[in-house]
Design a protein. Structure first.
Length: 377
């Protein structure tokens, strides 16, 4: 072996040893590669066996079993354990003559990607007669599209993510709880080159970067935002008009994930439906206590501004995009009918709001024949 080759091998061995020591040190300090996804972080003792807020998956043979998939609206961290949406829906159906067990699977920030994985985990051991996806259209599309949960330019918590190639669903990148990489040093290298989103954006259609000048007719309607509307990783995304290619992609991805959830339910003999509360009603707007709600309040359309770039947002665009997302699926849009419907200072439903939505949803399920009134054999 030549002297040069020997020196190269020695340098390589020294580098590998240094990297191994660094990796071991990080792990001893508790810094391991990030886990993908999350379960419930609610400060409550009421957790089921899947790590979500709610009761355990127990039911009798004559129970009609509903699996309710959702996000922070379903998790309802601020509500008492006996007023969770799954319990309110179960009580409402019981009052209509159907012995029911409702099991909730979901956590804050969940899109249909993690909801699908949670359902697949559940169906390995338990049955369902009906699977319902509680949609949050203003969140779900960007939740599904991006690699991390954030509305800023910096990465948020990474999550299992699916993607489309030639309109076919691929993924997930990981299962819930799996590591995003096998080595912590690889994670540091990824962060040095912009993090998860910088790499993930190359899979996506181009974003609408806005315009430099505000349309004159909208000058008096401008709403400023700190969210990353320039990448469409924002609650404004479904309101933008014309609908950006990246949002169109997110809608197609979401529809494909809903189809996968529907098919998983069907394979186990369960029916499938989607639902959402309607926040465009007069009562919903009148009850907003966090100041003017820029998404649903007039004037419409309006300009959205971030760092002197402008986009046009319109409630009609949002309504059309929700219709496109749910087209062809059983969809129950449940109007908010009461003014006192959400928690002080945020948009999550309070006990009164959840009670009204779940009572009305139960009635719609029975009226439509999704759930019958028969209680005995």
């Amino acid at each position: 072996m030549s002297r040069i080759a020997g020196n190269l091998l020695l340098a390589l061995a020294s580098t590998l040893l240094t990297l191994a020591v660094l990796e071991g040190t990080f792990r001893l300090l508790g810094d391991a590669p990030l886990a993908s996804g999350w379960r419930s972080l609610c400060p409550t003792a009421q957790m089921n066996e899947f790590g979500y807020r709610g009761r355990r998956a127990s039911y009798s043979d004559d129970d009609y079993v509903i699996v309710l998939l959702g996000d922070s609206q379903l998790e309802a961290c601020g509500l008492p354990d006996d007023q969770m949406p799954e319990i309110l829906l179960e009580k409402s159906l019981g009052a209509l003559g159907r012995k029911t067990r409702v099991i909730g699977l979901g956590a804050s920030g969940y899109g249909q990607d993690q909801q699908l994985l949670a359902l697949e985990e559940y169906l390995q051991k338990y049955r369902a007669d009906l699977v319902v996806v509680w949609l949050t259209p203003g969140n779900d599309i960007w939740n599904n599209t991006f690699r991390t949960h954030t509305v800023s330019r910096t990465d948020g918590p990474p999550k299992p993510t699916f993607w489309l190639e030639n309109h076919a669903l691929n993924g997930p990148t990981e299962r819930i709880g799996e590591r995003t990489s096998s080595l912590y040093l690889l994670q540091l290298l990824r962060n040095a080159f912009g993090g998860f989103e910088a790499a993930w954006s190359r899979r996506l259609p181009p974003a609408d970067k806005g315009v430099a000048a505000i349309p004159p007719e909208l000058a008096a309607t401008t709403a400023a935002t700190q969210e990353a509307v320039e990448t469409q990783q924002s609650h404004w995304s479904m309101f933008l008009t014309p609908t950006p290619p990246r949002v169109q992609y997110g809608i197609e991805l979401t529809r494909t994930l809903l189809t996968r959830i529907q098919n998983a339910a069907a394979r186990h003999g369960a029916r499938f439906a989607t639902m959402a509360e309607d926040r465009t009603t007069a009562a919903a707007r009148a009850g907003w206590t966090g100041g003017a709600n820029p998404f649903f309040e007039p004037p419409q359309p309006k300009a959205v501004e971030r760092e002197r770039r402008y986009w046009i947002a319109d409630l009609e665009a949002y309504i059309g995009n929700v219709g496109e997302t749910t087209k062809g699926f059983p969809f129950f849009l449940v109007p908010i009918r009461i003014v006192d419907h959400h928690k002080e200072g945020d948009s999550h439903l309070n006990v009164a709001g959840n009670t009204q939505i779940m009572t009305d949803f139960a009635a719609r399920l029975v009226e439509s024949g999704f759930v019958d009134r028969q209680t005995d054999g």
